[in-house]
Design a protein around this ligand. Structure first.
Ligand code: NAI
Length: 336
């Protein structure tokens, strides 16, 4: 199949080309994001392949349908950036990579927790300046702390296993509790109780209409003073403005983000010569107890290889008329 691949970096091409040695599709790489402004590029292709910050709304899907595109291939597990209703109406099949490495994201979550708690981001800079003072670097033992896991699917389960290894008490919230987590000692509770009891709260649920701004002024007010909040899931699960208020009051003691609700205009690009226009994001960068990474949770060799292989396996299955691709259905968006 002829596939237009959007939002590609050198590393995407490297892993996709390697996977394509078996699959032999024609891959047309575009560095640009897919948006209503760039969707004319889909002329003459059979399938369109996108990443998390491509915007696959109704206008883009209509352009795809008019160009005869039948398949939308997501190089991600999350599908909140796709108008699934429009895709279904236009008879465009949507496929994704349901699991490529839950370890990659869970381990990155742990990296954020440990770095924030022991102020590694500050210590690194201090030592380079030959400032060996410890004031401001005080942390806590993770051992024995209560960790709230919101969303105990694939990533939440691996994360729970890591935290159980640290000797933490585990609380979980998920409309679909899973037995593996229960066996790890995760105690399922209501969301309010999780907010009230946890020293560390980590978000691993998908972004859906139900989870948008799940962390908001009211939920923050329930949390322990000085709670550590970590979001490696999707930015809009957190109301960033409410979080800034909670950081200023000390309700949030430290914040680790790998995702941000307005990340599409920022992440994955080198903007070091530019003035950031997003004042909310700029404010977040001023806090010493905030650590932000630019959506790199997935970024391991193993994950990129799995993403590339599943992406092309999905395309091949569709091209050969088989049904064993990983389809995203309208019902999946209603979970939660
Ligand atoms: P998954 O589908 O295995 O697990 C998601 C879990 O969230 C499910 O158990 C589901 O029942 C639960 N859930 C649904 N609605 C909920 C709600 N209202 N409250 C609490 N839980 C709810 O997905 P997986 O693979 O664990 O990924 C989780 C999320 O991580 C993805 O949706 C994606 O947004 C994010 N992600 C981030 C990456 C990164 O690079 N930072 C990379 C990959 C995924």
């Amino acid at each position: 199949m002829r596939v237009a691949v959007f939002s590609t970096k050198g590393y995407d091409r490297e892993f996709l080309d390697a996977a394509n040695e078996q699959a032999s599709h024609e891959l047309l790489y575009f560095e640009t994001r897919l948006t209503s402004e760039t969707c004319s590029l889909v002329q003459g292709v059979d399938a369109v392949c996108v990443f998390v910050n491509d915007s696959v709304d109704k206008v883009v899907l209509q352009a795809m349908a008019e160009a005869g595109v039948k398949l939308l291939v997501l190089r991600s597990a999350g599908f909140n950036h796709v108008d699934l209703k429009a895709a279904s109406d236009l008879k465009i099949t949507v496929v994704r990579v349901p699991a490529y490495s839950p370890h990659a994201v869970a381990e990155h979550t742990l990296a954020l927790i440990l770095a924030l708690n022991r102020h590694i981001h500050r210590a690194y800079n201090r030592v380079r300046e030959r400032n060996f003072a410890l004031d401001g670097l005080l942390g806590f033992d993770v051992f024995g702390k209560t960790v709230g896991v919101v969303g105990t699917g694939k990533i939440g389960t691996v994360f729970s296993r890591l935290m159980s290894g640290f000797g933490c008490e585990l609380l979980g919230y998920d409309p679909r509790p899973n037995d593996e987590c229960k066996a790890l000692g995760v105690q399922y509770v209501q969301l309010d109780e999780l907010h009230e009891r946890s020293h560390i709260i980590s978000l691993h649920c998908p972004l859906t209409p139900q989870t948008r701004h799940l962390i908001n002024r009211e939920s923050l007010a329930r949390m322990r003073q000085g709670v550590m909040l970590i979001n490696t899931s999707r930015g809009a699960i957190v109301d960033t403005r409410a979080v800034i208020v909670a950081l200023k009051s000390g309700r949030i003691g430290s914040l680790g983000l790998d995702v941000y609700e307005e990340e599409a205009d920022l992440f994955f690009e080198d903007l070091s010569d530019e003035v950031i226009q997003d004042d909310v994001f700029a404010r977040l960068l001023t806090f010493p107890n905030v650590l932000i990474t630019g959506h790199q949770g997935f970024f391991t060799r193993e994950a990129l290889r799995n993403i590339a292989e599943t992406t092309l396996t999905n395309v091949t299955a569709f091209a050969e008329g088989r049904k064993d691709y990983h389809e995203v259905t309208l019902n999946m968006a209603k979970v939660g």
